[in-house]
Write a protein that binds this ligand. Structure first.
Ligand code: PEP
Ligand code: MG
Length: 765
């Protein structure tokens, strides 16, 4: 028995109070390991804390190993005894470490000298915080009682350790030492809902309240008072909005332009400007008439039970602001917003335009749904956007440096130099998409000359030009649902035709794979009455929705067929679960072709029809699908979700969402083989296509076309250029022979390291 008695262990619980007296987190952790090692009579004691961001267990304090290793040793969940205890959330008591299949000594740490190993996960509720470890040179040193004692210590310390972890991962230990007088402590990292992915850094800027503050800024007597002043303000406002709309159109945003048409419609509505006019004629000063009607509309919209209407409140406020500004004459913001992130509880679409035009880097907002016009506009403009609760937004300090990671949903307040540095590289990569040098397009070749195509996944028209600039060889996936999500109603056939035609024209003959509507699941249309489904991801989603609503489906197909006139046209169906699904969808296309011919409307009479393979059932009949369909695209985002039964949006089981699972790799190989046998063109368009660690496998398994987010195109092209297809094939064969995820990940790591020492992001967890 190593530890003396349980009372002593309980006294160790007093460690938490040591924290108060320690000068820093490091000092506290160091004291903790010394005291635990002493009481457990163990030669070595270590604390590993989990860095969620990087998905690594980091050695944060140690007694008995080489002291220089603190902060240096990093383990993946599942790696070694420590990583395994963490991943499996269980205590591992090992008599002879060397004989354990989990054992993986860290070179240079000196731990080869220690035989006995006891690792206990530190848990806070269901949250995994880290691992507490003791080691000793004497084999079989630790008893089951020791294990219970160490677990008790881990439980006692979990809360404090979790705080330590949070702050150490931030590299901001000093926050803990902040004076007690600090009025409203702000969490150094705030989590929110991602509305527009991306990364931005800068200082926070909180804009003034819109039209109310403008009103408050002037005495009644200072406002122009004649009816003609109002008419002038009305005309100016209309011109301004039209200008905004034109600017947005130039930026080729298919969805954002509609936002301003809604503005114009409200402005022209007699019940709106007409009501203002009536009040003015009855003797009310114009500024008061404007506010009166605006307030009425704000009440009307904000009180609506329809969320889409509620979102219109912002448009009305925006109009109020513009009308009052125009009435006053010049009242424009004069300073730019370069290096600023806008923090607001109620931001107007035109504010976003103004901020974006003047260089703002991102948005931190409340009061908007992620499908609201504000969010969509931000997306079109490439502004990373995070949505927070209103109370949280109000606590974000003004004029403070922050990093907005709207990929992970984190906002870092006053980040440390370490965090800034970590994000510097990511920011540079993102910048490449916006301003980077032109990457020549066309097929790319592996080092030994195998031709590969890298295409772009496009959500908005505004992404077309950047993807061409970044070397995309066409559009491998156009997610057609975005124009549907932004509107109040289904976009008419004409509107869809305009969008699809524009995509084909801008791609100048390059391949474009249109995907038909993929809504349902987590993508809902606010204007469409939908039944509540217990499992929306298993419900009326994607092609099922389209086949269920043939009218909507036919309109989309007609728009695509018409847009494809004079171009090569490719249409694919999402979430196909059987050959029958595919044939039904193809049947609708056939019907549309017949009606268009009958109506004498110009269209593409020979579209190629494809299947997205995203379901295990589609893999099960892939041979038949490859025979029937003109082309196939693998959607790994959903394929992984459905094959592994891991919800892609569920953070709790993020670790389990692994494209490198042997079942997925084998499914991909089966699809590639079936496509090759039938000479059916095949591409891969899920996010995994942009994972540098998996690309050698994909190439080795026979994939020759990839479609990735535009900003990933240059990286994927480089990864392919550096790859030799022969070793990639051997690597793929090796992987396909492995039945265990752990072995697959080890082989992926080995291959990645051998071909340039990449840290494999796909394996971080
Ligand atoms: C996929 O599932 O891999 C895919 C590309 O489609 P989405 O991400 O739009 O579901
Ligand atoms: Mg999908």
């Amino acid at each position: 028995m190593a530890y003396q008695n349980i009372e002593e262990i309980c006294s160790i619980a007093e460690l938490a109070s040591l924290f108060e007296r320690s000068g820093s987190i490091r000092e506290f952790l160091q004291t903790s390991v010394s005291v635990i090692a002493y009481h457990m009579r163990a030669a070595v004691c270590s604390i590993y804390l989990y860095d969620e961001q990087r998905q690594r267990l980091v050695l944060r304090a140690n007694q008995g190993l080489e002291s220089a290793m603190v902060g240096k040793i990093e383990l993946r969940p599942g790696e070694g005894i420590v990583g395994t205890a963490f991943r499996e959330m269980r205590t591992l008591r090992v008599a002879r470490a060397r004989e354990s299949s989990y054992y993986k000594p860290v070179p240079g740490s000196g731990e080869e000298r220690y035989e006995a190993f006891l690792a206990v996960p530190i848990m806070l509720g269901t949250e995994r915080v880290g691992v507490l470890v003791v080691q000793d040179p004497q084999a079989d040193y630790f008893t089951p009682n020791d294990a219970r004692a160490l677990k008790a210590i881990a439980a006692q310390l979990a809360g404090t350790m979790d705080n330590a972890r949070l702050f150490m991962n931030m590299g901001r230990e000093e926050i803990l030492r902040a004076p007690a007088s600090a009025a409203r402590p702000v969490a150094p990292v705030i989590q929110g809902e991602v509305a527009v992915p991306g990364i931005a850094s800068g200082r926070t800027f909180t804009p003034r309240k819109p039209y109310e503050s403008l009103l408050a800024g002037y005495a009644d007597a200072d406002w122009p008072s004649r009816p003609e002043d109002f008419e002038r303000a009305l005309a100016t406002t209309e011109q301004e909005i039209k200008k905004l709309q034109r600017e947005l159109e130039e930026k080729a945003s298919d969805v954002a332009s509609m936002i301003f048409s809604a503005h114009l419609m409200i402005l022209k509505d007699d019940a709106f400007s007409g009501a203002m006019r009536q009040l003015i004629t009855a003797g009310m000063p114009p500024h008061k008439a404007i506010v009166e009607v605006i307030n009425k509309y704000v009440r009307l919209f904000s009180g609506s039970t329809n969320p889409h209407l509620r979102e219109k409140t912002q448009d009305v406020k925006d109009l109020g602001h513009r009308l009052l500004s125009s009435l006053r004459g010049a009242d424009a913001q004069t300073h730019g917003y370069e290096d600023h992130l806008i923090v607001a509880t109620d931001l107007l679409p035109s504010d976003i335009m103004r901020f974006a035009a003047q260089g703002a880097g991102g948005l931190i907002l409340s009061g908007s749904g992620s499908t609201s016009h504000v969010a969509i506009l931000a997306r079109s403009l490439g502004l990373p956007t995070l949505l927070l609760d209103e109370a949280v937004v109000q606590r974000v300090p003004e004029d403070t440096p922050v990093i907005l990671d709207a990929n992970q949903g984190n906002l870092y307040i006053s980040p440390s130099a370490e965090i800034m540095e970590r994000y510097g590289e990511l920011l540079a990569a993102q910048q490449e998409m916006r301003t980077g040098e032109e990457v020549p397009g066309g097929p790319v070749r592996t080092a030994d000359g195998v031709e590969i195509r890298v295409m772009a996944n496009i959500n908005l028209i505004s992404e077309l030009q950047p993807s061409l600039r970044l070397g995309a060889d066409g559009v491998g996936l156009y997610r057609s649902e975005f124009p549907f999500i932004v509107r109040n109603d289904f976009p008419p056939e004409e509107e869809q035709y305009r969008i699809y035609r524009k995509i084909l024209s801008e791609m100048q003959g390059r391949d474009v794979l249109f995907r038909t509507l993929d809504i349902g699941g987590d993508k809902m249309l606010s204007y469409f009455p939908h039944v509540t489904e217990a499992n929306p991801f298993l419900g009326l989603r994607a092609i099922r929705f389209s086949l269920h609503h043939k009218g909507i489906f036919s309109e989309q197909i007609r728009a695509m067929l018409r847009a494809g006139h004079g171009f090569e046209l490719k249409i694919m169906f999402p979430l196909v679960s059987s050959v029958d699904d595919y044939l039904q969808a193809a049947g609708v296309v056939k019907e549309c072709l017949e009606t268009l011919r009958h109506e004498g409307i110009a269209h593409n009479a020979a579209p190629k029809l494809g299947v997205m393979v995203e379901l295990p059932s589609a893999v099960g009949v892939i041979e038949e699908l490859a025979r029937e369909a003109d082309f196939i695209s693998i959607g790994t985002n959903d394929l992984v979700q459905y094959m592994l039964a891991v919800d892609r949006t569920n953070r709790l089981i993020r670790d389990m969402y692994q494209c490198s699972h042997p079942a997925i790799l084998r499914a991909i190989r089966r699809i590639a083989d079936a496509a090759a046998r039938e000479s059916t063109p095949l591409s891969l368009c899920g996010d995994a296509a942009a994972d540098p660690v998996l690309i050698p496998f994909f190439v080795g398994a026979g994939l020759r076309t990839f479609s990735v987010a535009p900003y990933s195109v240059p990286m994927v092209r480089r990864a392919i250029q550096n790859l030799d297809s022969c070793p990639a094939r051997e690597h793929a064969e090796k992987l396909l022979g492995m039945g265990r995820l752990e072995h697959v990940n080890a082989e992926l790591s080995r291959f990645a390291a051998a071909s340039g020492g990449v840290t494999p992001p796909s394996l971080q967890g």
